[in-house]
Write a protein that binds this ligand. Sequence first.
Ligand SMILES: [Zn+2]
Ligand SMILES: [Zn+2]
Length: 246
Amino acid sequence: MGDICNWSPERLREVIRESNIQSANAKGSQKYVIWENYALLNDYEFIACPCDESCWCKRHSCTGHYRIKEIVFGEFLETYVKLWTPPKARENIKNAVLFGTPFNGRQKNAVNPLQWLRTNWSDVLARVRSHNKCGLCDSSLPVVEDVTNLYQAKMWSQLFYDCIVPFDTKSKTRLTRAGYADPSKHFMSTNGQLFSDLRRLSEDVGMDIDGVRNLDAPWGVVAHLKRPSNGQPLSRVLDKMFYVPE
Ligand SMILES: [Zn+2]
Ligand SMILES: [Zn+2]
């Protein structure tokens, strides 16, 4: 068990809000607070919850789960660079993935996983879309390939926006300090622990899934964002408990 269970919803809301404020103000960064809103509205659909009362989600007023739409790889890549990489690196990463143009920038570890994904796009997308659960469901988490670097983690999080939490160098440190296993070594088990602690917190304080999704409210920080009617994807809520942009 990690620290999430010991935090109050008020404190979590404040930590997440601070993450959003820093994202909105960070110069030269990807400003995820803007792009995740764009991604959510363009690349994802909210499917009716398929679970029955035997599932934790249904017992906590779940109405549905976010799932990636049937998009082409080019759209996924465009969203990937906007969500996870700074503006000045975006064109170079896209060219490296699509045309094999040499790229030796800080984000170079993004290229191989994205090329792998491009090659296997239709199979992977079909597999991802067949998973109709959310991270708070009792059932097992989706099976992902071995994740060892943070750009791979971001890729899988984007594929499973409601189920898989990404990490980066700083959030990794915060996660381990909060009692979680190093996500670069134990990616899926750390992910599972985060969701299990989120379930426990929600039970302890009597908060349903809507309350969990709305711990993150970026539209309260950047006024022009469109508030999604179903709240935030669960990976965003968990990520921001630990992530503060540079
Ligand atoms: Zn559900
Ligand atoms: Zn469920």
